[in-house]
Design a protein around this ligand. Sequence first.
Ligand SMILES: [Zn+2]
Ligand SMILES: [Zn+2]
Length: 329
Amino acid sequence: MELLTNTNHGLYCPQADVYIDPWKRVKKALITHGHSDHARPGHQQYLCHTKSVAILKHRLGKAITVQGVDYNECIRINGVQFSFHPAGHIIGSCQIRVEYKGEVWVITGDYKTQDDGVCTPYEVVQCHTMITECTFGLPVFRWEAQEKVAKNINAWCLENERNGETSLIYAYSLGKAQRVHALLEEGIAQVYTHPTVYKTNEVLLEQHLFDRTSICFDKDHFPKKGGIIIAPVAFSRSNWVKKNRKLQEAMVSGWMQMRGTRRRQGLDQGFVLSDHADWKGLLMAVKESKAERVIATHGYQDVFAKYCTELGLQGETYDTAFEGETVDV
Ligand SMILES: [Zn+2]
Ligand SMILES: [Zn+2]
């Protein structure tokens, strides 16, 4: 019996009778982070990092039964040892280490190896078997240094401000929105956030996990001239956006590196910035984990597993229901 298996409910540890980021309802779920493809509703019990507790309650309802665990804290369930380690993906994101009778597995969840300055940076966790995400598991995906992207974003916002135009930045409400906000130089323009982003920020501000403030965008509060709005992509279909001619729209995503994505989305600008590891980051993570067996999932798993095999590792794939960093969220 394997320590972890891929079932139709999700990754399962039979010895401990727990699931990791299950996509169907289960009794006990260990959650790597708060994104909706990993933290789904309906489980009887949730176990996640302490920083994710408020996020899970905010997204799944206050009534959920959730227990918070610190980084590196050991939890024993039926003889199996579980611990959570920083994944550098978003605030509270974890890799989960599973150890039983000397055998160690690591489930990365979503991760990036670049330090974004907002969440706890990725930590190397050594293991025998690594289940790694590979959302951007193709050699074409190579991220530039965050400072460089930040410079471009700020220059773009400043230019729009000078032209009396509003900069509208599309970013995930949890993770990317805070990261982009933190990268904005203060004083360029007033920052507004879409209510979804604003409410997420409030939860994080309350927990002292984020410290930037903004004006909540609504029918009474919106930029009349200039300003910056951070909003989820769905906002692009709103009447306000459709009617407003003094807008410059940009998306911040790893997918902006794919040629044509920005144009197809009808955007004025695209910034390549991802909360997932790029090709080099994935390979570095695999190498440093010292894993002999690599199970790729959540992305370009066939390409990535094949490459791992070429490196002399045991490369395999799991099909999962994780959605990755989609453009249309
Ligand atoms: Zn995620
Ligand atoms: Zn994911």
